[in-house]
Design a protein around this ligand. Structure first.
Ligand code: 5CA
Length: 445
């Protein structure tokens, strides 16, 4: 992509309304534009990252055996009367009437609708286990939308729902979600710690939140520092192997890690003092097991092998897809701008031409750009007629993890410069080797 033909409306000044670094950088890097409180347009650069995050979420859900579908954003109020939540949900729910005066709402979550789909089409235990999910916009009329996409009113969520015959089966689905989430966040360069949580309006007994540690997080967290060292890495997990999946969950939930809602001081005090940490965290996901809370009132039953009709055991499992952009930036930035992890970067590499219009420099940049494309890599080529300082500042702000700098002086010696955004270290290489090096870095992502 040539920057001269792209749409990247970067801001020079710090926007006054942004209180935290991720919001500030998302506005300055031309990723989002606020349209109303808590409602954003996703400008091209932000939309690229959003789609990469969605793609990772889809891949990891499908790997766990969960099936994507898509439900509408608008829902009928009557469905929510069946579960009893229409009146309970309160002012966070955006209620609308259509021209026939029918009551509708913009979905804040989809337990009722998915249960309606299930009861219409599934009636036998033979069709279970089943987990369906979608990635869809939600609306919650938050009292205090703030911090940009972090606490929006309209936001993108992945929400998945499992249907099982027994509680034991449903707890395996819960564990599957936990493991798939750990892998999802790791691929985005995040450490997200599962913490025992409170179920709130979703209901249920078993629930964990996934928290990314960050000083700007909205939740207070208490944890054993050893928990931050746990990594799933590239170990193979067989999602049908209950014991293996449960063992991974035990590994990640045994050390003390809780939010202020469930914190127990006496358990915390038992941790060796040098590992006892109090901090803040951003909630990037939550999983719930709630049994028959929705299936019973809504009549979602299956016939068992011995002919009984039983309400199915369910859970719901959410990932804050749009919030993740903010969380990743909070976890990965410096005073010059964003530092995207390779897994989610909007472009794989930037190309900076130090002397636009110089025939040799232009040709080398074109060749690098084309060489990247041939290897399936997307580069953002800054081909504007601007000072080098301005080009570097833009690249640093938008945070591409790798940059290739091309100038007449280097080309005389047959080299360009490959620079890591994270470490700021550079190496000089012939152009084709620089391209090969970038391709090798991304081979694992
Ligand atoms: N139905 C369940 C799970 S499918 C549910 O709604 N869970 S939730 O309320 O915990 O939301 C799931 C995730 O969405 C949260 O962990 C959080 O990361 C994200 N989220 C919730 N509210 C907002 C908001 N106002 N802005 C951005 N993201 C949000």
């Amino acid at each position: 992509m040539r920057l001269s033909r792209y749409f990247l409306p970067v801001l020079k000044e710090n926007p006054a309304e942004a209180q935290i670094v991720s919001h500030r950088y998302m506005l300055r890097a031309g990723m989002i534009k606020q349209q109303q409180a808590g409602i954003y347009s996703w400008l091209p650069l932000g939309y690229r990252v959003l789609r990469r995050i969605e793609a990772i979420v889809h891949e990891e859900q499908e790997r766990a055996g969960h099936i994507p579908l898509l439900m509408p954003t608008l829902q009928p109020a009557d469905l929510w009367r069946e579960s009893g939540r229409y009146d309970d949900y309160g002012q966070e729910m955006l209620r609308i009437r259509d021209r026939q005066d029918r009551e509708m709402l913009y979905g804040p979550t989809n337990e009722e609708m998915i249960t309606d789909i299930f009861r219409a089409h599934v009636s036998s235990y033979r069709d279970l286990p089943l987990t369906l999910y979608h990635i869809q916009w939600k609306f919650r009329d938050e009292m205090r939308p703030r911090f940009g996409v972090m606490r929006g009113r309209e936001f993108l969520m992945k929400d998945g729902y499992n249907f099982d015959v027994t509680k034991e089966d449903a707890l395996h689905a819960y564990n599957r979600h936990m493991v798939s989430y750990l892998r999802t966040y790791e691929r985005m360069g995040l450490t997200a710690i599962p913490m025992r949580a409170d179920s709130g309006p979703i209901g249920g007994d078993d629930t964990h939140e996934f928290l990314v540690l960050a000083s700007t997080g909205e939740s207070e967290v208490f944890y054993d520092d050893a928990v931050t060292q746990l990594k799933l890495g590239d170990r193979k997990v067989d999602y049908d192997d209950r014991d293996q999946v449960a063992a991974v969950c035990r590994e990640f939930t045994t050390l003390y890690a809780r939010t202020d809602e469930t914190h127990k001081q006496e358990l915390f005090d038992a941790i060796p003092e040098d590992r006892r940490k109090v901090g803040r965290g951003i909630e990037v996901g939550q999983i719930f097991y709630f049994g028959t809370k929705y299936s019973e009132p809504m009549g979602a039953t299956v016939q068992t092998a011995d002919g009984r009709a039983v309400p199915v055991h369910m859970g719901s499992h959410g990932i804050g897809v749009s919030r993740l952009l903010g969380a990743i930036i909070e976890a990965s930035h410096d005073d010059k701008g964003i530092i995207w992890p390779e897994g989610v970067t909007p472009f794989h590499c930037g190309i900076v031409n130090l002397k636009q219009g110089d025939a040799e420099a232009d040709a080398a940049c074109e060749a690098i750009h084309a060489g990247m494309a041939a290897l399936g890599l997307e580069a953002l080529y800054d081909d504007r007629d601007e000072r080098a300082g301005g080009k570097f500042a833009t690249m640093d702000l938008i945070g591409l993890p790798w940059r290739i700098t091309v100038g007449p002086r280097g080309l005389k010696n047959g080299v360009v410069e490959l620079t890591s955004r994270r470490s700021d270290e550079s190496v000089e290489l012939p152009p084709e080797q620089a391209v090969a090096r970038v391709a090798a870095i991304y081979a694992g992502h």
